[in-house]
Structure formats: structure tokens, C-alpha cells
Write a protein that binds this ligand. Structure first.
Ligand code: 6R9
Length: 650
């Protein structure tokens, strides 16, 4: 970005916390002051939420930046903190996971059950020769065994590397190879959109290229036919026959817990390494503070996949460390019908929902009459993660899912940050639709210009983190140099996250998307997010993706791909009229500079499996190039449809 971002969007609505929630909130405004007074002491107190076998002697060792060590000398077992201690405290009968399979089967798993299952898996892995420090790849659908496999690794000190079920054999084998994993845990298949979808053939292909793999553990989920090799073992014959007694050993606070490869919307995937004590401290604290979790009464649901960092931190480690009762759902939101999510919330009386803007916008497209048919009165708090949430999507979520009463917390963070960094606190913050608001207590985020100078209120630029935080990535697996280059080289002494952001007049933060996506139009930097939000604020639009395409006169020109809401007529002249109206609407909302050169009406957008729009591919289409790598797409047929529409001039 040669100049700071143009500050286009104006949003003045603001929603203070409900009085009853504020009065009983886990965290009050005092947390900001306490953390500001002594950041390290604040984090040391949060580490006190966990059971340590050995106390640390130093909170943070930052003597060799950017390589951090938190809670130096401390020892703990992560799985013990998520399981044993709740059982020992008399909460073994509390439900840990209410699991719903896509075809309608379900399982109820208490903390005592989950401990027994994890102990069996830990014993089985040990019998297979897995020892502390080894890597285990996990390639599973959203079934309880996914959480069990992760916790079993944590329990024996093995480092897990979860790969999204459904990534190609290439992606899987690259990740296995990069980490030299010894074991893969997978399943015959899982259910997606009403059908069993196979996983094992992909694993077979990947493993045939990966000599490091000694064993493949296979959970039987769908019962479909599978080929069998001499490395394969059934989970039910290996794990479920093992002893359910296992004594957890304590590991160093900096013992590697997991590697998670970033979704790779760009270059070679990076193996983000997270360790134990600091990571668990921050996921547990943020889950407690941002969701205001009351473990005895709340039913929590994070709809993410376990293969995304959101599933690691806010399905497995954060909620379980806090003794939460949670819903886990295997399938897609429209199977067998478009009300499935709301039906599940009604059935399990879910009180806290954490989901992604892409899902909210899809629900907008399907129409508010669907959630209206269900009793959603159990909900008391709504969360969002993964992308900037457009103000209109935020409002729709609050009004139609949260009865106009539930606070919405928009949480900004990354695989690299491990846990939430910027978010409202539901009992404190008067939230603004579309803003992630303030850094959480103990976190120092800022927005800087090209010269690393903090921008004043009203300004825009690069989002950076000034101080190390407990759940920060420790490095890129096997590549310290790339870690330094990627995150710590743009601005001296600052972590640069890759996102653009602005500060409003009150100093609250608005995320503007990846800086790689920022458009330069006639010398003005314009964020894709703001133009998308302007489009989504039109009543006929459910979702929009905006890219900058090379243009002979303006340098770059704005090209928008827009999904109309369900009821909208887009045929022939009505479609042409809508496009003209949308161009005018953007121009009126943001100013003529932001008026798209071209708007296409499309049925779908290319997204990664965690729901992020892949603008890179849309840029290829807008500039008439052949498509780049599409292997991380959720649905690769989407691009063919979009390209066909572009070429027919629509
Ligand atoms: C947790 C997660 C990280 C990138 C991040 C940013 C975008 C995530 C956001 C958000 C605006 C939010 N992002 N949450 N942008 N507002 N609340 O998504 O991790 O998959 O590594 O992606 O996602 O661009 O840099 P990850």
C-alpha cells in the first residue's frame, strides 16, 4: 500500500450489552485496566486457570525475539487440563459433547467418557510406538474421534497435524511429508450433503508416497468398502480394546502441541507451530471472557470444522479446558434441509453460537423465514470469525438469530495468533456492527502506516501486534527463517498480520481484509471489504466479492461478483436494471471513486473450506487469465460457472 486506506464506510449504530448479561458477566471493564497496569502479571493470573504440575519461574522469555517462551520452566499436561481435572472435581457426568451426525444419529459423551476414550487412544498410540515429540497426522470428519485423537496426542506429548477431511491426496501427502508424521488417523469416510463421502482412498494415495508413515488408524464411520494395506488398523479393534486407564505425564510449557498448515490461499502452506502452556492459557481465557461461558448452564456451539484453527481452539482446547458442554455437528447446514442449524439449536437449547460470516450471508440468501420457524430463545450470545463481517450481515444475525437482543462478538484472530486477539467483551462493549472493536485485555494491537507510525483515529493502514502474546505461533515448522521473514520483517519489532484495518473516530478497529486484496483505483487505496459491505447493504444482495482488475485508465478497476438474495428476479432486463442500481448504490454509499466498473450476478463464490472468499481466483477471471491453483476450494465447479458467465458477458 503506497498510501493509507481511504476511509469510506460510515457506521453509526451501536449496541450496548444487555443489562442482565453485563451484571453477571465473567469479565468486566476492570480487566482492561488490570492488563494495562501489568500485562505479564495479567497473563500469569490467567495461566492460573490451568493445573500445572510444576510452576514456571519466568512468565515470558523474550530475550531472543521473535522467538518467545511463555511460562518458562512450567510443566503441565494439556489433556489432563481438558479432561481429568474436571472428572476429579466431580464433574465426570457433565456432558462434554452432544454430537449430531449428519444422517440424524447422535451420541452423548460426558467428561468421564471422553477421558476414557482419550486414555484408550493414548494407550493405543503408545503401543504403536508413538512417543513424545513424534508427529501424528489426523484426517477425519467431524466425529468425536477427531477430538479424541487430538487429545490423545496431547496426552502423550505427540504433536498433531490435523488436515481438513476432503483436502486432496497431494495436500495431505505434502503436509505429512513436511512434518514427517509417523501415524495417520483417518476414517473410511464421513457424511457430506446427505451422502457418505470417502476419505480412505485419499489417505491410501497419500501414504503410498510417504515413507515416514508406519501405521494408519481407521475409524469406521460410514461402513463403506475400503481397500486395506498392511499399515492399516481399525480404530475399533485397536483403540476401543485398549485400557481406559492412562496416567498423563507433564510436559514442558513450550512442548509442541500441534502444527496446523495455513489454508494456503497463496504460496506453499506454512506449518504453524503452537506449544502447550501459553496456548492453553489464552484459548481458555478468551473462551471464558469473550463467550462469557457459564459451564454449568450454557450449551455452546462452534460450527467450525476441526481442521480449521477455530476448531482446534474453540471446539477442542478452549471449551474443554473450561469444562463446557458443547454441541458438535458433522455435516452441512442444508442437509437434510435449510433449517438444520436452527433445528439443532432448538433441540439442544444452544445458548452460545460461534460461526462464520459466510454462513450468515448464506442464511441471508436463503431468507429469514427459515430461522423464524424455530425456537431460538435459548440463544444469549452470538460470535463471528473468519472474515470481516459486513455491517448488514451483523445486523441480520443479531435481528433474525439473536431476536435483536443477543450481543454479537466479532472476533479477529488467525491460525498464527492461536486465539482471539481483537473482540468486544459481551458484558462491557457497546458493539458497532462490522467492527471487531478493541484488542482483548493483555493484547496490544495497533494500526500503522507505511513508516510503522501509529495512525491517528480516523486513519487506516496495517494491523500489527506490538507485544508477544501467550498463544502466538512459535515458528513455522522447520523454517525459522521463513517465520522471521513472513511475520516480523515488514516492520521492525512488530508482528505484521497481513490485514488492513482502520481506526474510527473513537479508536475502535475495523478489519478491511488482506492487504494483498486492497485495490488501487486512480491512486486511491480502497478495501475490498468496504465495497463488499456497501453491496451487501442493498436489500437485493446476500453476498459479494470484490477484486481489483487491471484497467488502462484507472490502474485497477473494481469488479464485483454478487449473489442476489433468494427472492430477487435476475432474468434479462431485471438483471441489467439491478446491476445498474447496485453500481449507483455503491457510488452513493461510498463515493463515486468506489463505483464498480463491472458487476456480475453469480450463484456462488469460490471459498476455502473455512469459508474465506478466494479473491485471487476471481481476479484471474476478471483479468481473463487461466485459473491458478484451485485445490483448496470447497467446491471447484464454482469457478467454471463463474468463468462461463464472465465470458458470455453477463
Ligand atoms: C481464525 C481464522 C486468518 C485471517 C485473518 C483475517 C481473517 C479472521 C476475522 C478476520 C476480519 C474477523 N479474519 N477473523 N477478518 N474480521 N473477525 O480465521 O484464522 O484461517 O488463519 O485466517 O482471517 O484476514 O488474517 P485463519
Amino acid at each position: 500500500m503506497s498510501e493509507t486506506l481511504a476511509n469510506l464506510l460510515q457506521e453509526t449504530r451501536q449496541f450496548p450489552p444487555p443489562a442482565d448479561l453485563a451484571a453477571a458477566a465473567n469479565v468486566t471493564a476492570a480487566a482492561y485496566d488490570e492488563a494495562a497496569a501489568d500485562r505479564l502479571a495479567f497473563w500469569a493470573r490467567q495461566a492460573g486457570r490451568l493445573d500445572w504440575s510444576k510452576e514456571w519461574h519466568q512468565i515470558l522469555d523474550w530475550s531472543n525475539p521473535p522467538f518467545a517462551k511463555w511460562f518458562v520452566g512450567g510443566q503441565l499436561n494439556v489433556a489432563y487440563n481438558c479432561l481429568d481435572r474436571h472428572v476429579l472435581a466431580g464433574n465426570g457426568d457433565r456432558v462434554a459433547i452432544e454430537w449430531e451426525g449428519e444422517p440424524g444419529d447422535n451420541r452423548t459423551i460426558t467428561y468421564a467418557d471422553l477421558l476414557a476414550m482419550t486414555s484408550q487412544a493414548a494407550n493405543a498410540l503408545t503401543d504403536l510406538g508413538v512417543v513424545a515429540g513424534d508427529r501424528v497426522a489426523i484426517y477425519l470428519p467431524m466425529i468425536p474421534e477427531a477430538a479424541v485423537a487430538m487429545l490423545a496426542c496431547a496426552r502423550i506429548g505427540a504433536t498433531h497435524s490435523v488436515v481438513f477431511g476432503g483436502f486432496s491426496a497431494d495436500s495431505l501427502s505434502n503436509r505429512i511429508e513436511d512434518a514427517s508424521a509417523k501415524v495417520v488417523i483417518t476414517a473410511d469416510g464421513g457424511y457430506r450433503r446427505g451422502k457418505p463421502s470417502a476419505l480412505k482412498p485419499t489417505v491410501d494415495e497419500a501414504v503410498s508416497r510417504c515413507p515416514s508413515i508406519e501405521h494408519v488408524l481407521v475409524v469406521r464411520r460410514t461402513g463403506q468398502e475400503v481397500d486395506w494395506t498392511d499399515k492399516d488398523l481399525w480404530w475399533h479393534e485397536t483403540v476401543e480394546t485398549a485400557s481406559a486407564e492412562h496416567t498423563a505425564e507433564a510436559f514442558d510449557a513450550e512442548h509442541p502441541l500441534f502444527i496446523l498448515y495455513t489454508s494456503g490461499t497463496t504460496a506453499k502452506p506454512k506449518g504453524i507451530l503452537h506449544t502447550s502452556g501459553g496456548y492453553l492459557t489464552q484459548v481458555a481465557y478468551t473462551h471464558h471472557a469473550v463467550f462469557d461461558l457459564k459451564p454449568e448452564t450454557d450449551v455452546y456451539w462452534c460450527s467450525a470444522d476441526i481442521g480449521w484453527v477455530t476448531g482446534h481452539s474453540y471446539i477442542v482446547y478452549g471449551p474443554l479446558a473450561n469444562g463446557a458442554t458443547q454441541l458438535m455437528y458433522e455435516g452441512t447446514p442444508d442437509t437434510p434441509h435449510r433449517g438444520r442449524f436452527w433445528e439443532l439449536i432448538q433441540k439442544h437449547k444452544v445458548s452460545i453460537l460461534y460461526t462464520a460470516p459466510t454462513l450468515i450471508r448464506t442464511m441471508m440468501k436463503w431468507g429469514a423465514d427459515i430461522p423464524e420457524q424455530y425456537d431460538l430463545s435459548s440463544l444469549r450470545l452470538l460470535g463471528s470469525v473468519g472474515e470481516p463481517i459486513n455491517p448488514e450481515a451483523w445486523m441480520w444475525y443479531r435481528e433474525n438469530i439473536g431476536r435483536g437482543e443477543c450481543p454479537v462478538v466479532d472476533t479477529w484472530w488467525q491460525t498464527e495468533t492461536g486465539a482471539m486477539m481483537i473482540s468486544p467483551l459481551p458484558g462491557v462493549t457497546a458493539a458497532k456492527p462490522g467492527s471487531a472493536m478493541r484488542p482483548l485485555p493483555g493484547i496490544s494491537a495497533d494500526v500503522v502506516d507505511d513508516q510503522a507510525e501509529s495512525v491517528p483515529n480516523g486513519g487506516g493502514g496495517f494491523l500489527v501486534l506490538r507485544e508477544p502474546w501467550p498463544s502466538m505461533l512459535r515458528t513455522i515448522w522447520g523454517d525459522d527463517e521463513r517465520f522471521v521473514d513472513t511475520y516480523w520483517s515488514r516492520f521492525e519489532g512488530l508482528y505484521f498480520a497481513g490485514d488492513g484495518a482502520k481506526k474510527d473516530d473513537d479508536g475502535d478497529l475495523w478489519l478491511l481484509g488482506r492487504v494483498d486484496d486492497v485495490m488501487l483505483v486512480s491512486g486511491h487505496n480502497i478495501s475490498t471489504t468496504e465495497v463488499e459491505s456497501a453491496l451487501v447493504s442493498h436489500p437485493s444482495v446476500a453476498e459479494a466479492a470484490v477484486v481489483g482488475a487491471t484497467d488502462p485508465t484507472t490502474g485497477q478497476a473494481i469488479v464485483a461478483f454478487t449473489i442476489p438474495r433468494g427472492h430477487v428476479d435476475t432474468s434479462g432486463e431485471a438483471g441489467e436494471a439491478l446491476i445498474a442500481e447496485l453500481r449507483e448504490h455503491v457510488s452513493k454509499t461510498l463515493g463515486p471513486i468506489a463505483k464498480p466498473r463491472q458487476i456480475m450476478l453469480v450463484a456462488e463464490l469460490p471459498k476455502t473450506r473455512s469459508g474465506k472468499i478466494m479473491r485471487r481466483l476471481l481476479r484471474d477471471v476478471a483479468e481473463n487469465r487461466s485459473l491458478g491453483d484451485v485445490t483448496t476450494l470447497q467446491d471447484s465447479s464454482v469457478m467454471e460457472l463463474i468463468s462461463a458467465g464472465m465470458n458470455s458477458g453477463k
